[in-house]
Design a protein around this ligand. Structure first.
Ligand code: SF4
Length: 62
C-alpha cells in the first residue's frame, strides 16, 4: 500500500497522526504528511482507520 495526504484537502485536525503516528506527521505548517509513501504491512490497518476517520477525506491510498 502507498499513502499520501492531499494538501488541498487537509485541514490539520491531526486525527491521522493520533491514529497512526508511525505513518503520519504534522509538518511545520500544521498539515499532515506521510512520513514515507510506502506503508509497512503492520500499519495498513491503522492507515485504513485513518482514511475512514479523516473528516476531510484527504488521505489517499493506492
Ligand atoms: S485527519 Fe485528515 S484533515 Fe486531519 S490532519 Fe489528517 S489528513 Fe489532514
Amino acid at each position: 500500500m502507498k499513502v499520501w495526504v492531499d494538501s488541498d484537502r487537509c485541514r490539520g485536525h491531526g486525527v491521522c497522526v493520533a491514529l497512526c503516528p508511525d505513518v503520519f506527521e504534522l509538518n511545520d505548517d500544521g498539515y499532515a504528511e506521510a512520513r514515507n509513501p510506502v506503508v509497512p504491512s503492520e500499519y495498513i490497518d491503522a492507515v485504513v482507520d485513518a482514511v475512514d476517520a479523516c473528516p476531510e477525506h484527504a488521505i489517499v491510498t493506492e
